[in-house]
Design a protein around this ligand. Structure first.
Ligand code: NAP
Length: 380
């Protein structure tokens, strides 16, 4: 039996906000909420979760339940390896079915998180069957005609897609979603000319098996045992390394870095913004951190930047210089907002056209499952 993943939170000390912060964030989320609350209802869409046994798939279930997403039926899909497993959702137990081309005839909405190759194979079949797909993989992100959407930023990009009428909507890469949720309010105000992003990416971004390997390696390292390396080709515990995606040998950039470059251009619908990045895996279980340097088209003071961020949907500011209190992955873990701090003028410049930020976001939630569910809510 599989349960949506809350069990390890207390063990890993994650997801804890101070009481003051909890109150602050709760008020904010209520103010911004545009959810359609219903849960199981005969008028809701027929929903399929594709890749339900994975890290993002399990998170889909958590978020759908937490937001009382309306649905009339639910179908749990994964590979043949998982067929027959049981999954609990909203008081009912479902049997996981093998994903096939014929899985979608009785579905209006499919939330996909099954990796690029399964998506390439099965998402078009779902769309052809009249089921609208929201996909977390990179399979169709850069395909012309496929909207690449962060609802707080460019929900209008998906205006031609109707629920239950087919179509594919892509979720951007997790690092892109987290960076742009924070930076877009500044971009909309004064325009970003150039963005330099350095990421500190958690194990969970590489899926359930990567989290398990980090935990195992940590125990092995502490016990002085040989280190198991099944997921990454080197020791991860007590180490960090350049992102594990393929490196372009001519450019020297890895795929994760190029996603930041290309997806920013598509989401902001501009080729004028220059983007460069360095993506690194750090031995954090959950939630990515990013250091972001912005070169702006017009001057912006720190106070103006802070105000823009404080008023931005999906953003919480933690920026206490006196207490040296800024966002951390643990604060961001299991929370919806992207947390921004270290808001400061870039002192390497002679003008006021440079801002530095430090950003943390739970990439399984806002970087994947939550963003997809927000897209589905917008479809409703
Ligand atoms: P994961 O934990 O490894 O889970 C993968 C899921 O896909 C499992 O349910 C697996 O089913 C299923 N699957 C794999 N091959 C399949 C196939 N041929 N047919 C049907 N189901 C198949 O990975 P994840 O982290 O959840 O990531 C899933 C997708 O979301 C990936 O494309 C990833 O790039 C993207 N994404 C992940 C994150 C993140 O933070 N983790 C963020 C953004 C985007 P079995 O259990 O049966 O193998």
């Amino acid at each position: 039996m599989m349960h949506a993943p809350t069990q390890k939170q207390s063990m890993l000390g994650q997801g804890r906000l101070s009481r003051g912060r909890v109150a602050q964030c709760t008020r904010k989320s209520i103010r911004r909420s545009c959810q359609v609350r219903a849960g199981k209802t005969s008028t809701g869409p027929r929903v399929a979760i594709v890749g339900v046994t994975g890290a993002v798939g399990m998170e889909f279930l958590q978020i759908l339940k937490q937001r009382d997403f309306p649905y009339s039926s639910m179908k749990m899909l994964a590979s043949a390896r998982s067929a027959g497993k049981k999954v609990d959702f909203d008081g009912e137990t479902y049997t996981v079915e093998e994903l096939t081309e014929n899985s979608f005839g009785d579905c209006d909405l499919a939330l996909f998180s099954a990796g690029g190759s399964a998506t390439k194979k099965f998402a078009p079949a779902a769309s052809d069957a009249g089921c609208t797909v929201v996909d977390n993989s990179s399979a169709f992100r850069m395909t012309d005609g496929v909207p690449l959407v962060v609802p707080e930023i460019n929900v209008e990009a998906m205006k031609d897609i109707k629920l239950g009428k087919g179509g594919i909507i892509a979720n951007p890469n997790c690092s892109t979603i987290i960076a742009l949720t924070a930076v877009t309010p500044i971009h909309k105000a004064v325009g970003v000319k150039r963005m330099v992003v350095s990421t500190y990416q958690a194990a969970s971004g590489a899926g359930q098996a990567a989290m398990e390997e980090l935990e195992l390696q940590t125990r092995e390292a502490l016990d002085g045992k040989p280190i198991t390396t099944n997921i990454f080709p080197r020791q991860y515990a007590f180490n960090l390394f350049s992102h594990n995606s393929d490196v372009d040998v001519d450019l020297g950039y890895n795929e994760e870095e190029m996603k930041l470059v290309k997806e920013t251009a598509k989401i902001w619908n501009t080729k004028d913004v220059k983007v460069t990045g360095t993506c690194v895996r750090v031995p954090v279980m959950r939630a990515h951190a990013e250091s972001i340097n912005l070169e702006l088209n017009a001057p912006l003071t720190v106070d103006e930047a802070r105000k823009l961020l404080e008023n931005a949907a999906g953003v919480s500011v933690i920026d206490n210089r006196k207490e040296n209190d800024f966002p951390t992955p643990l604060v961001a873990s299991y929370n919806d907002d992207v947390y921004v701090g270290r808001i400061r003028r870039d002192i390497s410049r002679d003008d006021d056209c440079g801002i530095d930020l430090f950003v943390c976001g739970d990439q399984i939630r806002k970087g994947a499952a939550l963003n997809a569910v927000q897209i589905a809510e917008a479809l409703l």
